[in-house]
Design a protein around this ligand. Structure first.
Ligand code: ARG
Length: 459
């Protein structure tokens, strides 16, 4: 049959395929709580402004509360013929309270209504994900504290570069995650403007109070341009951009866990709770959760590109294309939340193999830079010359099949006469990390100071 909501000018109902392509209730039912909160604030404001009688306001408000209960109790019957969450709720309200339900949509359109509902939902996700990020930061701080002195190789090009500490490596992720956190806070602040009252696109002639609904719904202030308000999905795009960057960090971490947990590296052992076995190879312990975190960033990036592509060609203001904004955001949020939870579990539970890390840190002539620095400091040599001489020492050690520290003093002196026995003090991995005291460097004392800094900052 024809549509109860706008059937006035229609003589026939939609084709089944039209209904299928048009309906969003399959996914936007997720916005029910936001839709009801928005409608309650709108009705209260209409009443305060003398647009809605006290009786109608009470009936509408109680009806909306009843509907909220029905949806939460899973007794609400959703109808695809009613297209979306907004029409489903309004239609049920009419069943519950009669024609007064029709007064709720005064000075409102689904265009500002959906902008409101979705913004409220995304705003909540910013908070939820920020809280999860904070949890992961705290987990990293705990691990950093345990391992402020644990020496591991630092890599460039995945080749051994210089010794660092595992604590310092953990704090690198703390920095990344803290930026993710702050990006979400910024995005939340920017999106925290109330779209309700922009109506279809031009505003309304009714004497509404947009500041009142802003306060009721926790917004800083109303949006300033009705056209922009119904056409804008920046808040969703920014959320997806924040999610993509955060997921990228998690994916790099996942990749490190995959590498570290190989028998060849053996730097970490994942707990049984966060690894899987093989159905054929009894010896296997696989880092599936890390691999899935690494893969899931693809969906989140896909969501960002998808919504950017939906928006890029749209003339102002609303077009139905924009209904495609929701599923990608829902999926990205759910995916990121799962990835953060899995990563937190893996990091909290994994065993750090200090011996393997230390052994690897000492291989690959990782303290060659320390030898060059010693020559600059003790022999007054220009760094470029010291670099060259150290290169010869590395070549000699390589030829002898030993470490730099295992070369004899005579060998060292054959390369440069200025070298004394003192040089061996700087060639150990512990001496190397302890010397890196420049601000932001890997020295254990720095790592401890940074942990204090973060703990104070997190409160
Ligand atoms: N279901 C729609 C959406 O998600 C709600 C807005 C519909 N507005 C309209 N003018 N058709 O975007």
């Amino acid at each position: 049959g024809e549509n109860k909501m706008w059937g006035g000018r229609f003589s026939a109902g939609p084709d089944a395929i039209m209904e299928e392509i048009n309906a969003s209730i399959g996914f936007d039912r997720k916005l029910y709580a936001q839709d009801i909160a928005g409608s309650r604030a709108h009705a209260a404001m209409l009443h305060k402004q003398g647009i809605l009688s006290a009786d109608d306001h009470v009936a509408i408000d109680q009806g909306l509360v009843t509907i909220l209960g029905e949806i939460e109790a899973d007794t609400f019957v959703f109808s695809r013929a009613l297209e979306d969450i907004h029409m489903n709720i309004e239609s049920r309200l009419r069943e519950l309270i009669g024609p007064a339900a029709g007064r709720l949509h005064t000075a409102r359109s689904r265009n500002d209504q959906v902008a409101l509902d979705f913004r409220l939902w995304v705003r909540d996700q910013c908070d939820a994900i920020a809280a999860q990020i904070e949890t992961l930061i705290k987990t990293f701080l705990t691990r950093a504290e345990e391992h402020a002195d644990t020496v591991m190789p630092g890599f460039t090009h995945l080749q051994t570069a210089q010794p660092v500490t595992f604590g310092h490596h953990c704090l690198a992720y703390v920095e990344m995650l803290a930026r993710d956190h702050s990006r979400l806070k910024d995005a939340r602040e920017r999106m925290n403007e109330n779209p309700l009252g922009a109506a279809a696109l031009a505003g309304t002639g009714f004497d509404i109070d947009r500041h009142a609904t802003s306060t009721a719904l926790g917004f800083r202030e109303p949006t300033r341009n009705s056209l922009d308000t119904v056409a804008d999905r920046d808040f969703a795009l920014e959320f997806l951009a924040c999610a993509s960057i955060c997921a990228t960090h998690l994916s790099r971490l996942a990749e490190e866990i995959v590498i570290w947990s190989t028998p060849q590296f053996n730097f970490v052992r994942l707990s049984d709770k966060f690894s899987t076995g093989s159905s054929i190879m009894p010896q296997k312990k696989n880092p599936d959760a890390a691999e899935l975190v690494r893969a899931k960033v693809a969906r989140i990036n896909g969501s960002l590109v998808s919504l950017l592509t939906v928006m890029k060609g749209l003339p102002l203001t609303y077009s139905k294309d924009m209904q495609e904004d929701k599923e990608v955001v829902f999926d990205a949020a759910e995916t990121l939340e799962l990835a953060l939870a899995a990563m937190n579990g893996m990091i909290a539970d994994m065993t750090i193999n200090k011996d393997a890390m230390r052994a690897a840190a000492g291989s690959g002539f990782s303290t060659a830079t320390d030898l060059a620095d010693w020559l600059v400091r003790e022999a007054g040599m220009p760094f470029r010359d010291a670099h060259h001489i150290t290169g010869s020492a590395v070549a000699m050690a390589e030829k002898q099949g030993c470490d730099l520290a295992e070369l004899s003093l005579e060998d060292m002196q054959s390369i440069d006469a200025a070298i004394t026995n003192d040089v061996f003090n700087v060639l150990t991995v512990d001496a190397s990390v302890a010397s890196r005291t420049s601000f932001g460097g890997t020295a254990p004392e720095n790592v401890r100071k940074q942990i204090v800094y973060w703990k104070e900052r997190l409160g």
